[in-house]
Design a protein around this ligand. Sequence first.
Ligand code: NAG
Length: 589
Amino acid sequence: MLCGGRKFPKWGWIMTSLSNWQVPRSNCVTKTFSSSSAWMRRRTIQYLVLLFVGAVATHLYFFSSDGIDPSYIPDWLQEDETPEAVSKGRLLADAPKRNAVVAAFKHAWSAYERDAMGSDEYHPISHQGKNLSHTGGIGYTIVDAIDTMLLMDLKEEYSRAAEWVRTSLRFDRDGHSRCFNTFETTIRVLGGLLSAHHLTSDPMYLHHAVDLADRMLPAFDTTSGLPMTSIDLEQRKGIADVYISTAEATTLQLEFRDLAQLTGNEIYWHKAEKVMAVVEKARLPSNLAPISMSANDGTYLLSDIRLGSRGDSYYEYLLKQYLQTVRTEPVYLKMYEDAMQGIHDHLVHKTPKHKLTYLAELHPRGPNWQTTWDVEPKQDHLVCFLAGSLMLGATTAGALPNTKVSVPPQMSELTKAGRRDWETGVALLEGCMATHQTATGLSPEIAQFRPGPGSLPDRDWHIKGWRAGGSAPYDARYMLRPETIESLFLAWRLTGNPKYRAYAWGIFQGIELHARLPGGGYATVLDVDTVPTKLDDKQETFYLSETLKYLFLTFADEDVISLDEYVFNTEAHPLPIFRPSSIQPLFTL
Ligand SMILES: *[C@@H]1O[C@H](CO)[C@@H](O)[C@H](O)[C@H]1NC(C)=O
């Protein structure tokens, strides 16, 4: 294999075969056993095993320090006083906690710089870098991290990263083996370059952004106008696939529109907006978007509906396209409002016991669209972005006309849909926080929202695939993802309620205690419910660009990237809100 890293680092595990979407699935709601005494025996054994595992875990937790680095005593354990958070209606920085996040960034970045500078991906346990293409890197980690350094005011780190961009960044890399995913390259590298340009005004970044985008434009040369999944940057050729993930096709727009605005070159805008016209034309009566589309004819393929992987940022970018252009494009407002209605009609659920709000998935059961859909109470960690997105949407798209929405919003300032979205966002965030009630305080990749085995008996959710006494399932991992923290950041900014800072701080503590490598860097936790933790040899680039940036912003002054002036792309790269100059809409509803 020529490609160095995994093809789709953020979503790789979910890339199912095409045949998969036709297979009927059981709805997994109940399991029955042949007789009740067999059931009792099984239950008893399960409980005994559970008790044993619980005892061992508790022992390890309390008697072996944090399991990774017994000598490490984080600075923040000493700095306990919390400064005043809000003064005269302004949200103030919490400097000690903000500085602790900056120290974490330095710990993560310096290890990468020492072991793997210039490589796209970083393996912090084996101290190695890896490139997506065998012919060299495209700045996947460096470009993704630059704006975080700028916001944190890390001058020395920034100057070395900028020097690398000046001397070494190149996009003429051989990618004919699908090394470069159109979506991932856009959100991480193009998005990173654009933000770096906006924050520094250095033309070097814009120059690289134009070069990269021009190499990517051929990805849009399909019959439908939906982009191809992968791109060969050296040959400037898209690599065709039978299908494309809906989120991959619809999460390029903020970046290409920003570049069009910066350069005056409308081709970037039109290619990206055409995708939205295709998606709008394919709209289903439910207003929900199945996760796969046909790149040839631009229609949905019969596939799962979810707000998790491959669906998530379609919904995110509907709202953000509307916000990006100072709310001047009603077409995105309407698409967003209809989609949020669909989500409330079909996906929002509560658990019976603790009334935790979560989003279910819909899985098609038959071979065609006249099918029944199984409701699966399964939620990816990725879904947690939606909590903050709903709150942001409620206070913007859901504000009454000519109303300045307060912090926190008064319900009298919002439309009916705005009030509904606000309430769901707040409740979903609590549901997401419930998935952090684990041995590590970190949440797993996938939670099933019904009672099941696990280390804490009172949870009415469990980790997908978890078996008492068994080895940890794949989805028990925490790969340093940002989504809950991103929502906590938005919730903090929109309410000023210190509860959200406390939640974010708790997650940060979990990361410091359970994912931090003493020798430098942070790694994926393999099982959030077992301490001491075992780690996987990967520090994802989004840890630097998203997780630590949103943590930093949660504890920074509210003037650092004001929500009135910026939208964040889905990789947490801030892009300025602007009034479009000359560009005419390609489609209306
Ligand atoms: C990846 O490519 C960069 C050049 O862009 C190079 O500096 C680095 O050493 C390469 N990494 C590996 C592991 O080959």
